[in-house]
Write a protein that binds this ligand. Structure first.
Ligand code: ADP
Ligand code: MG
Length: 556
């Protein structure tokens, strides 16, 4: 038996691999399970064309066998196996992907479920193991082979015994170091957790023998332990199921299983898209504001899956900031992944998906507003502010996406009104959409400036959120009707008198008042706008008194 050296490039790559490609060591399990799943897929594809091969999904599985006493973790599959030369090529040459070759030889189009393509995933095993042993027997071959390597030094291949077709990988798990705990990869519960996280939707059962305990027969308090093989992955992802098979309860369960929130989802969106880019997505709008939503720690994003394997746990690019409260996931076969499968190579597909998703969320919210007002208002109470910030940010670029979703309380019994509703019921002669700003509805109602507008029978939107007026300034108009503050100098109302600058009769009094008020006001003038109130504040320019307050409070 000769020790073969890895090819020079491979040596360097292996080093790189072990030290820098992956951000999390636990990824090794995802990679080895993906390979096992690919190997089973390959038998399946062969069985499609080879009649002597029968494929019954039940007899295919991926088994994990951790053993603390020998410090080993075995990953055993019943897949297609590898011949001696395949062991040599696929595992001896880094960046040689047997799976990639399999796809081209069999003319499988991209988008087929086989996961492997770069030929590096296998080596991630060396992040947690100081020795890796692969025993494999290929389909249609009599002889099995053992491949073994302790890392960059090289590997050996020799014939060995193995009864059934498939591959058994044994990792000799590293000893713990000061900064790194490797014991966890021998712990069944931890392994189960890692499988759940990355490989829950691998289509074949991933099994592990779990210790369980039950009441002894005939006894009421004595327990006995027993071992039972447990399938740890869910296999069929809920998002690939037919909507008609799923109940609201199923979606709710998935929401809590995924820890999207402690509440219940207010609504879910389940969508499957085929086209320029195909994907499935399940999105949720939470019922209540996440506890950390307004902290800097809150990160928006959706989980991103590629063919059922989780690639990113929080892909921020999939959501605009104003929909940052949305939770959920996207699964697509059309993503081009980078080598660690932790990132995307091109963001073209991602951008397309993100755009579709944005539109989908907006449309669903629109129809919620139309069809279930109560639910929408409850949503709006939690997240309306986010939408208004969305209108304000990016110089109003999102106006078209968001304007239909806005609601404001108004002078009509203080209930929430959409801009469309406002226009629909506005009197014909009314030129503007009026608004008044203040700390609370009660305060706004007492504003002297509202009197004249209300007297005309016009409705006024009440802005109590700091962002409201800023957002509206960004929008300028809705439809072709401009917004107008009730405290602006020109209200566009017939019969409204100009502020009289030439009120000479009381000139002395105004001058005296200005003298007393000093810098706190820029001028004192008479106005005919007031009815029952003696005086009011107003601002001269575009910035209202309320906006000035906000601006002055901002750190400069
Ligand atoms: P990739 O999966 O991207 O092709 P890997 O480094 O993970 O790259 O694996 C390299 C190759 O080794 C695979 O393409 C496959 O041909 C082969 N291989 C790895 N694990 C197995 C396995 N369990 N059964 C059969 N072939 C395997
Ligand atoms: Mg792989």
């Amino acid at each position: 038996m000769t020790v073969k050296q890895f090819q020079a490039e491979s040596k360097r790559l292996l080093d790189l691999m072990i030290n820098s490609i992956y951000t999390h060591k636990e990824i090794f399990l995802r990679e080895l399970i993906s390979n096992a799943s690919d190997a089973i897929d390959k038998i399946y594809y062969k069985s499609l064309t080879d009649e002597s091969l029968e494929f019954s999904p039940e007899s295919y599985s991926i088994k994990l066998v951790p053993d603390k006493s020998s410090r080993t973790l075995k990953i055993v599959d019943t897949g297609i196996g590898m011949t001696e030369s395949e062991l040599e090529e696929s595992l001896g040459i880094i960046a040689k992907s047997g799976s990639h070759a399999f796809k081209s030889e069999n003319e499988l189009k991209d988008g087929y479920d086989i996961i492997g393509q770069f030929g590096v995933g296998f080596y991630s095993a060396f992040m947690v193991a100081d020795k890796v042993t692969v025993v494999s027997k290929a389909l249609g071959s009599e002889q099995a082979y053992r491949w073994e390597s302790e890392g960059a030094e090289g590997y050996t291949i020799e014939p060995c015994e193995k009864e059934s077709v498939g591959t058994e990988i044994t990792l000799s798990i590293k000893e713990n170091t000061e900064d790194e705990n490797y014991d966890e990869y021998l712990d069944k519960y931890r392994l189960r957790q890692i499988v759940k996280k990355y490989s829950d939707f691998i289509r074949y059962p991933i099994v592990m023998e779990m210790e369980k305990s039950k009441l002894k027969e005939g006894s009421e308090d004595e327990y006995e332990n027993y071992v039972e093989e447990e399938t740890v992955n869910s296999m069929v992802p809920i998002w690939k199921k037919n909507k008609s098979e799923l109940s609201d309860k199923d979606y709710e369960n998935f929401y809590s299983e995924k820890h999207y929130g402690f509440d219940k989802p207010l609504m879910h969106i389940h969508t499957s898209v085929e086209g320029a880019v195909s994907y499935n997505a399940i999105l949720y709008i939470p019922e209540s504001v996440p506890f950390d939503f307004y902290t800097p720690e809150y990160e928006k994003g959706l989980e991103l899956y590629s063919s059922g394997v989780m690639i990113m746990s929080r892909c921020a690019d999939l959501l605009p900031d104003y929909f940052s409260f949305v939770k959920g996931l996207v699964d697509s076969e059309d993503l081009s992944l980078n080598i660690s499968r932790e990132m995307l190579q091109h963001d073209r597909q991602l951008k397309l998906i993100a755009k579709n998703i944005k539109n989908k969320i907006r449309n669903e919210l629109k129809s919620l507003l139309k069809n279930d007002r109560e639910k929408y208002e409850s949503f709006y109470k939690s997240f309306g502010r986010q939408l208004k910030f969305g209108v304000y940010s990016d110089f109003g670029a999102n106006k078209k996406d968001l304007e239909e979703l806005l609601l404001f309380p108004s002078s009509k019994d203080k209930s929430l009104v959409s801009l469309k509703e406002y226009l629909d019921r506005k009197p014909e002669d009314q030129k503007y959409i009026y608004y008044a700003t203040g700390e609370s509805l009660e305060r706004i109602e007492k504003l002297p400036q509202t009197e004249m507008v209300l007297d005309k029978g016009y409705e006024i939107l009440y802005f109590t959120d700091e962002v409201d007026e800023f957002a509206i300034k960004m929008m300028r108009s809705y439809g072709d009707v401009e917004f107008k503050s009730v405290s602006s100098s020109d209200l566009g109302i017939e019969g409204e008198d100009e502020i009289k600058d030439d009120d000479t009769e009381h000139k002395d009094m105004y001058e005296k008042m200005k003298e007393i008020l000093g810098d706190r006001v820029s001028s004192v003038k008479s106005s005919s706008r007031l009815k029952s109130h003696p005086v009011c504040f107003s601002s001269e320019g575009d910035i209202s008194v309320e906006m000035e307050k906000v601006l002055n409070a901002m750190p400069s």
